[in-house]
Design a protein. Structure first.
Length: 133
């Protein structure tokens, strides 16, 4: 506690740098879209949802027509998404940790990528439809 009060400037700088790092890293995985924006893109057939959760989580409830490619396999299975190259890939996971990293991988492969803001937790909190099985 003494360190924090005596070195408040260093702590403040470290905090700002940590927040900046988090923002920069999260944007590398694509812009975050609200559930309204994602629904509009899907309804206009301008997007495809890529769910990077494991198959057990996916089967428990996913967005209709979402493509399930588990995060651990995204680097080797991205070719399955080639037919959707002209659309925005909306990457989702449970709470956001994996979707940003998967989005960055897909962006590096040349895809147009966005992320669902709040991921599946927010989707379900908004009582939006999910498919089970």
């Amino acid at each position: 506690m003494v360190f924090l009060t005596e070195q408040w400037m260093l702590v403040a700088i470290l905090s700002v740098l940590a927040v900046a790092f988090f923002i920069v890293e999260s944007r590398k995985g694509g812009a975050a879209l609200t559930h309204h924006e994602v629904v509009r893109l899907l309804n206009d057939d301008n997007a495809v949802v890529v769910d990077v959760r494991d198959s057990k989580e996916y089967k428990a409830g996913h967005i209709a027509e979402a493509i399930n490619i588990p995060f651990a396999k995204i680097a080797t299975r991205y070719t399955e998404l080639e037919k959707h190259r002209g659309k925005t890939l909306v990457v989702v996971c449970k709470m956001g940790q994996r979707s940003a990293a998967a989005g960055k991988t897909l962006k590096d492969k040349g895809f147009t990528v966005s992320r669902l803001q709040g991921d599946m937790v927010e989707w379900q909190n908004q009582n939006l439809p999910v498919i089970k099985g």
